[in-house]
Design a protein around this ligand. Sequence first.
Ligand code: SF4
Ligand code: SF4
Length: 314
Amino acid sequence: MESAEKNSLSVLIKEKAVNLGFDICGIARAKVLSENGAVLKKWCEAGMNGKISYLENNIEKRINPELLFPGAKSLIVTGISYYSERKQKKTGVPVISRYAYGKDYHYVIAKKLEELLLFIKDIDPSIKGRSYVDSSTILEKAWAKEAGLGWQGKHSIVINKKIGSFFFIGILILNKDLEYDQPLTGEYCGDCRLCIEMCPTGAITNDRTIDVRKCIANLTIEDRGPIPAEIIPKLGGRVYGCDRCQEVCPWNKDARPDIHPEFGLTNEIAEMNSDDWQSLTKERFDDLFKNSAMNRVKYEHFMQNIRIVTKSDN
Ligand code: SF4
Ligand code: SF4
């Protein structure tokens, strides 16, 4: 493909991504992410993946797009903000993470990526692609960095200068060369260490990784075992995820609020008081969260977290 052609297709793809509702979009050249693979291996060897043992497997596959999608040439990396100004109204209620407030992002983003691929195929039917949303099979944060969308803050999450860090990442791998963006160079956290200092459990290490054995986001969602006794007093009412390290980040001060109402807090959840949460039935839980990303946690697990924070508050 000639350079001008590649350039114009890349421009069209980015324009379409914005029309579909993505806030940011960058394009990275497919390559083996050797450096990230080494960091991931070291992190797992240090046991910081906790019980998430699948992260130790298939590292080669996860750092090499060619092994995921034969013929991979380009990765279109998109970001869509889920920041919401509106928070749970009542004080002292079990706290849920912002990303789970609204509609399940997996479906929202997968649909948009599907539309983007159809658009690309309309232009060039020989192009093939595969999309990934919140998939552990691909190193999303590393690819967002490669595509120039931002840098990994000291809390390990990608920060974009325009929309901060409260955004979902969706990736489309294509078998076509495109015009590539440059990864950001430089250190935009500077001397700031707010996320490290304000993390309630000291889960953030000094090398931009998280010790998931201490991270509230992991312990209240992924980890099915009991929450360690020393963490319980530090939960601060959180029963599903934790936003603390992102909330304190200066780069989120100007995050555009509520630009995607589908990810905003529903009225029903905003209004719930402590008694409503404690007496939540399975039927009500299923109804409240049927279209939410919170259906990743089972009712029993969620209620157990509610009981733990309620008891530790007393
Ligand atoms: S999500 Fe919460 S517990 Fe985990 S690293 Fe961030 S502040 Fe710490
Ligand atoms: S809080 Fe400070 S150190 Fe942490 S990610 Fe934000 S800018 Fe970087």
